[in-house]
Design a protein around this ligand. Structure first.
Ligand code: SF4
Length: 727
């Protein structure tokens, strides 16, 4: 802890790790060096609190491995040679054009992240869609929240979480699916815990593992991995059979009521039949169904336990069904709240992702293409007409030779993707790879031809959107390290090398890009309605003053009327709208929400004689993603220095394995040697390994994809354990 008297100046910013969106003040000493961080007491999100990652975030700036200058080499196994920015960028632009001229525009792909600032996503999207013109552009967010996006779109007609953290303070019942808040999102957990301590609502946790959140629950349902849809259908069965559904809400505001009722009242979803498949006792299913339906208000949250599955999108849509059937959407305390992963996963969803165009607009929609082409002043025919490949489809396309060149921005697939032995082979096949990252020792950089050193968060300026649609500001607190450059600068400079394709205007500053995005957010989108994603009333100064503003936040005239002709509410308080759909009007063709029919075919990889253990992966509180940052921060790494495997003591005894012994874990994809931690947190036929570490659990995980979201089933695969010589 640095004594506060050593701090000469505090600067306001926002944490750059998870999607909670905590407001931070970072302290600089009188030489301008960052020496400490603290939570901002006036911020609605965190009210002065930070988790260990936020508290130590200032240690990032001079941590080992930071990129100091651009690097280049002809072949990935040769030594890098330092170069200057012009040469690195000219070479990259030339290589992209050569590959596209030879193999077609879609032979080049771009994969970004959920870690950049929103203005950077918007600028990259403009460069990729409007100039490079490839169809294959995605973010690593496909690994974490694509199923939530897909489920929201199918149910409500658009992405965007309808609720907020403030709902914890109003709810009468909370059900958490596959979400371990205390380790993944510690400050959201703190908000939940404070609210529960005040009002003592029942907390139901659905998770195969006895996570820290499960230990805090009133009811823990240790579900069979990948069977959440069975549990939810069975709960809906109880609700419809016992007349507990909110029929008035359903009839007024939902499509497909008859079809959903006919599906879930089938005998196979009766708790006495469903219990075998989902592993939850029939009486427990009835208890939670009644508790949820009879609560004044009820809400559901979920994270990767739902999203990272071949049933991820269906799982999300079915959680939405649960809330529509109980009339719990758009009410204080009644909502479907996806707790998303990275700090700005929402920003990439909103302003540039694989679905294509800014403001939740779709490439495949002609009106959307025309709107954006007109706004950017290019020919709409330049855009591809269809959504391209997701990140999880891009690597197989490299294997088949369909994709020859790749630009990776702040993402590390050599550690984060499932089945990393396969990813390694794909990387070796690329004709050209450019890696843009704050750290030159990121594992994936082993395979690059050009490396762009990027600045870290507080060396840049721009916005994040957090889980609850709150736009937060990152203020530039430090000059860029060595010859690193902000990602915004890299994208806008690269755009100058593609003007012969489309000479688009790119603002010079992030604030200029934000002003452009505000204008764009006033324009109509699908269905001819004004979209909810309207930020036209915001500005950097307003965001800083309010410590974050939730969209929609429309520009209004002196009388409080929306200036863009929107029929939706024009006036708002200074912090934006906490909830979507409180008027029960949804962005679908008839304004009603869609009840989605979710049947269940169990295609999970199941334990068997050869691979008898369920293998699950997840996070620890000290680390973020692939440890490119937290692995270099003293205390984070000291507290969690090595991978380990949680194993049930009874199973270990049967195999003659002791606490802290090393074992070999093998799946159909690969193997890893890992240290055993004996714990009752996992069932006798299950093991758990944190995913943060290179060459560990993702050597084994399964690349099977959800058919709607293309998100991988990281959490449901099978493995066997072998004792090894401890020497
Ligand atoms: Fe940062 Fe998330 Fe921790 Fe808040 S909870 S300090 S946003 S890592």
């Amino acid at each position: 802890v640095i004594p506060e008297k050593k701090v000469a100046e505090w600067k306001y910013t926002t944490c750059n790790y998870c999607s909670t969106g905590c407001s931070i003040e970072i302290g600089l000493d009188d030489t301008g060096k960052l020496v400490t961080s603290r939570g901002h007491a006036g911020a609605d999100v965190n009210r002065g609190k930070l988790c260990i990652k936020g508290l130590l975030e200032h240690e990032l700036f001079e941590s080992p491995g930071r990129g100091t200058q651009p690097l280049m080499r002809d072949k990935f196994h040769e030594e890098f040679k330092p170069t200057d920015w012009d040469t690195a960028m000219d070479t990259t632009a030339t290589k992209i054009k050569e590959i596209q001229d030879k193999y077609g525009r879609d032979s080049f792909a771009v994969v970004s992240t959920g870690q950049l600032l929103t203005e950077e996503f918007y600028t990259l999207g403009k460069l990729v869609r409007g100039q490079i013109g490839t169809n294959n552009y995605d973010g690593n967010t496909t690994l974490c929240m694509a199923s939530a996006v897909s489920g929201y779109k199918r149910s409500f007609g658009a992405d965007g979480a309808p609720g907020c953290y403030g709902d914890f303070e109003h709810t009468d019942c909370l059900m958490a699916f596959g979400s371990n808040l205390p380790e993944q999102h510690p400050i959201i957990y703190w908000r939940l815990k404070e609210a529960k301590e005040k009002r003592n609502f029942p907390l139901i946790v659905v998770d195969p593992r006895v996570t820290m959140l499960a230990q805090f629950a009133d009811i823990h349902l240790p579900i069979t991995p990948g069977t959440d849809c069975v549990l939810i259908n069975s709960m809906l069965h109880v609700m419809f059979k016992e007349g507990l559904e909110d029929r008035a809400y359903l009839e007024a505001h939902c499509n497909n009521l008859e079809e959903l009722e006919a599906l879930v009242t089938q005998d196979k979803w009766a708790p006495e039949h469903a219990q075998k498949e989902c592993g939850i006792d029939e009486d427990r299913i009835r208890t939670v169904a009644r508790l949820y339906a009879k609560a004044g208000t009820a809400m559901s949250i979920w994270t990767m336990g739902i999203n990272q599955s071949t049933h991820g999108s269906d799982g999300v849509a079915n959680i939405n069904n649960l809330n529509l059937c109980t009339g719990n959407i758009g009410k204080p305390g009644g909502t479907s709240l996806s707790i998303t992963g990275q700090c700005n996963a929402m920003g990439t969803r909103e302003w540039s992702s694989c679905s294509g165009l800014p403001g939740y607009r779709a490439l495949e929609n002609e009106n959307d293409r025309d709107t954006i082409a007109d706004f950017w002043k290019i020919d709409p025919e330049f855009f591809p007409k269809q959504r391209g490949l997701c990140q999880t489809d891009i690597f197989p396309a490299i294997e088949t030779g369909e994709i020859k060149g790749l630009w990776l921005v702040a993402t590390n697939p050599m550690t984060s993707m499932p089945n990393t032995p396969r990813i390694r082979k794909a990387m070796e096949k690329l004709e050209f790879l450019v890696v843009q990252d704050c750290y030159e020792d990121v594992e994936t950089n082993q395979y690059s031809h050009v490396y762009f050193p990027a600045s870290v968060w507080a060396e840049k300026e721009g916005c994040h959107t957090n889980t609850e649609r709150r736009v937060n500001l990152i203020r530039n607190a430090m000059p860029a390290y060595a010859d690193s450059k902000p990602d915004f600068w890299i994208f806008k400079e690269m755009a100058k090398r593609f003007t012969e394709r489309n000479d688009i205007h790119f603002p010079e500053t992030p604030e200029g890009a934000f002003e452009e995005m505000k204008e764009l957010s006033k324009l109509p989108g699908n269905y001819g309605q004004q979209r909810n994603l309207d930020i036209s009333g915001m500005s950097y100064d307003k965001i800083e003053a309010a410590r974050g503003i939730q969209w929609p936040y429309r520009e209004v005239d002196a009388e409080g009327n929306s200036t863009n002709g929107s029929k939706l509410k024009g006036q708002h308080d200074l912090k934006g709208d906490p909830r979507l759909y409180s008027d029960a009007i949804f962005p679908t063709p008839n304004g009603k929400a869609n009840l989605i029919l979710v049947d269940f075919v169990n295609n999970n990889e199941q334990p068997c004689d050869e691979y008898p253990f369920w293998l699950n992966s997840g996070r620890v509180v000290e680390h973020f993603h692939t440890r490119t940052r937290t692995g270099k921060i003293g205390n984070c790494n000291k507290f969690s220095p090595t991978p380990y495997m949680e194993m049930n003591p009874d199973a270990a005894e049967e195999l003659g394995i002791k606490h802290q012994e090393y074992v070999r874990l093998t799946s159909r994809r690969g193997d890893a040697v890992v240290m055993v931690q004996l714990t009752q947190r996992v069932a006798r036929n299950a093991v758990f390994i944190p995913f943060h570490f290179h060459d560990c659990v993702n050597r084994l995980t399964l690349g099977l994809l959800d058919p709607y979201s293309r998100q991988p089933a990281f959490k449901q695969c099978s493995a066997r354990i072998e004792k090894i010589d401890q020497a």
